[in-house]
Ligand binder design. Structure first.
Ligand code: AMP
Ligand code: MG
Length: 355
């Protein structure tokens, strides 16, 4: 007891001294941290040509540059999966073997299955079997052309997503019509963007902007403080967010600006791959029922949501469906916004919160 008191009396000042020392040390450490120069921001955009377009990744810290380079280098491998024109690609091989059952990679199967499900959900408005119809127009070449009604009818007879038979257990694909050509142009870039994002996050990247030809996917926020997702159109709330412009084909300035973290923004528009003939704009988003470009009142549709594969596929699907029919489709998803820009430059939005 005596000893205890003694210990106590002697111990108390030591405790206080100890606590004060810890506090001073903590203070010194924190002031050291404050005094140290902040990690210099180093904004670097690395660019390659892939998927027939310019692909880039912007990072904000020097340590992230090797990961960005590696991610961009991996695009060549994704082209070997999804390119429709490269004879070495898996998709090209699948198209060449139409009529027989083919075992495909997990990645190709996933994209085909996602596309197929969306075709079913849109009653065929989204359809990845229009490759041969697209080719008739020769979009993006020196000599684009308007196909004849006979050509369209004949080529259309070799389309239709129900001619693709998927076997998830075996990961096999059977295309029942040997003349059918699968084209993943409406969905593959989004899928690839998601893969790059996951690789970059694995490599420790906490903020970045992935841009695959206008197909945007963000990691974190621009200032690295916000976690994980945010979206506003109010510039007053834009602090620390990435600014993404929705393109106006008639102006240098964007149609509107979106401020975001984490999300993907993908736009489908009539101005991307198109040509004018006798005053009519022939563009690349086709109506699977007629094989003609979708001529509605729309200039573009942008989708904002977390998953870039979904955003990519839905931007095309909603363009074909138009605003009214898109409503029913979009409400199945949640945490999603669609921005419809009309030819009259009117902007309309559909937003659905998480269920
Ligand atoms: P996007 O730019 O993502 O809207 O994709 C448009 C591309 O998808 C076109 O260039 C065609 O390769 C292909 N495509 C055209 N019409 C459709 C459609 N109705 N459904 C699915 N893919 C389409
Ligand atoms: Mg698309």
């Amino acid at each position: 007891m005596r000893n205890f008191k003694l210990h106590c009396k002697k111990g108390l000042p030591r405790c206080i001294f100890g606590a004060v020392s810890v506090l001073i040390l903590a203070f010194l450490l924190s002031s050291c941290q404050q005094a140290a120069p902040p990690q210099a921001e180093r904004v670097i955009t690395k660019t390659v040509f892939a998927f027939d377009t310019v692909a880039s990744i912007t990072t904000y810290e020097a340590k992230d540059e090797p990961a960005a380079e590696k991610a961009l280098a991996s695009l060549a491998g994704y082209e070997l999966l999804f390119s429709r024109t490269d004879p070495k690609s898996e998709l090209y091989q699948l198209n060449a073997k139409a009529g027989t059952e083919v075992r495909v990679s997990d990645a190709l199967f996933t994209v085909l299955e996602t596309a197929w499900n969306l075709s079913e959900a849109t009653d065929g408005a989204f359809d990845i079997t229009l490759g041969a119809v697209s080719d008739l127009y020769a979009f993006g070449t020196e000599a684009p052309r308007v196909p004849s009604a006979e050509e369209l009818a004949e080529t259309l007879s070799h389309t239709g997503f129900t001619k693709i038979r998927l076997n998830p257990a075996e990961k096999t694909v059977l295309v029942t019509d040997p003349d059918l050509v699968i084209d993943l142009g409406a969905i593959a870039k989004g899928y690839v963007a998601d893969c790059l994002k996951s690789d970059l996050i694995h490599a420790g990247v906490r903020r970045a902007l992935i841009n695959l030809g206008g197909n945007i996917l963000l990691i974190g926020s621009k200032d690295g403080r916000l976690d994980p997702s945010a979206f506003t159109e109010a510039s007053s709330k834009a602090d620390g967010l990435f600014t993404i412009g929705i393109k106006d084909p008639d102006s240098e300035a964007p149609f509107l600006k979106l401020y975001l973290a984490g999300y993907s923004v993908v736009t489908s528009g009539t101005y991307e791959r198109s040509f004018l003939r006798d005053g009519t704009l022939y563009h690349h988003i086709l109506d699977p029922k007629t094989g003609l470009p979708v001529w509605n009142d729309l200039l573009s549709v942008s989708i904002v949501t977390s998953n870039s594969c979904l955003a990519d596929a839905l931007s095309t699907a909603c363009f074909v469906l138009g605003e009214t029919r898109s409503r029913d489709l979009l409400k199945q998803y949640g945490d999603i916004t669609a921005i419809f820009i009309g030819n009259d430059r009117n902007i309309r939005r559909l937003s659905f919160a998480s269920p």
